[in-house]
Design a protein around this ligand. Structure first.
Ligand code: FES
Length: 287
């Protein structure tokens, strides 16, 4: 049975709106990310899982998930849509809250476990919100059969509603693929810039041939480039001229461009992927 907004307290409805919208947005973000399910991309779900293995207390589980990364990526994306839609539509909300809490717990133990202090990682706050929503729903549902924890699949209407939530979640995943950012990227071998335009000691942000945001360095030793996609959770790193490091604004990861992009601080131990570049005549090109 659908639970209307009027049946809930304001605090429950605030949690419903925030968590429901955020989970749908998280699914949409993944659905419209060209690299999330592409093994050749620096922000492929498999690359993210690999990056968490060394620092996570459940690394021994994550390393077995890497080989099924694409399937896991689809499951996470559809799951996020389904949980968000169920919460906003008022369908099986207690079950959706448990699923949301479970998903957040796994994210905390993998993606943000190393974030210090803990309150800078948002997963701890989301975990508490899901648990609070579950108990608020549970308490207000006491004695009401129609608000049972497990949906009644013998009820045709309830089964149809659950099916509609699932169908909308799957549709969201496929719809997102139609909105993938398809902005044109430079051809492999075409000039990123010229030697005249990039003096020794300067850096230049550019888009690599596969669309990955990248940064080019020119030093006395030559030219080299890295992906700017953080190997922790995919935020975009920037070069900090003061520290001579590439720094991530999200959870403080830092990478040394003079040491093969090695991670030197923060919650990841995986280096930034290198982008192969070379000097051809007066041009600097991606090879
Ligand atoms: S995304 Fe978390 S440190 Fe970069």
């Amino acid at each position: 049975m659908i639970r209307s907004w009027k049946e809930n307290s304001s605090s429950v409805n605030i949690l419903r709106v925030w968590l429901g919208v955020t989970w749908i947005f998280a699914g949409w973000n993944k659905a419209t990310d060209a690299g999330f399910l592409d093994p050749a991309s620096a922000h492929y779900i498999g690359a993210q899982l690999t990056g968490y293995v060394a620092s996570s207390p459940i690394g021994f589980i994550l390393k077995h998930m890497v080989e099924h990364a694409t399937l896991i990526g689809w499951s996470v994306m559809i799951g996020e849509f389904a949980i968000g839609i169920a919460i906003l539509a008022g369908v099986a909300m207690q079950l959706a809250s448990i699923a949301g809490a479970g998903m957040t717990l796994v994210l905390w133990l993998s993606a943000t476990w190393s974030v210090k202090p803990y309150f800078l990682g948002s997963d701890t706050a989301y975990l508490i919100m899901w648990i609070a929503l579950f108990f608020a729903l549970r308490t207000s549902a006491r004695g009401l059969r129609r608000n049972a924890l497990i949906p009644n699949f013998r009820d045709r209407r309830e089964t149809l509603r659950m099916g509609a939530v699932g169908a909308l979640a799957i549709a969201g995943g496929f719809l997102g693929k139609a909105f993938v950012n398809a902005s044109p990227t430079p051809e492999m071998g075409s000039a990123i810039t010229t030697l005249d335009a990039l003096a020794i000691g300067q850096t230049l942000k550019f888009k690599a041939a596969d669309g990955t945001p990248a940064v080019l360095f020119r030093t006395k030793a030559g030219v080299f480039a890295y992906s700017r996609v953080c190997t922790h959770q995919g935020c975009i790193v920037d070069y900090d001229a003061a520290s001579h490091l590439l720094a991530c604004p999200c959870h403080g990861a830092q990478f040394d461009p003079t040491a093969a992009g090695k991670a030197v601080a923060g919650p990841t131990q995986v280096a930034l992927p290198k982008i192969n570049v070379a000097v051809k005549g007066n041009n600097i090109v991606q090879i």
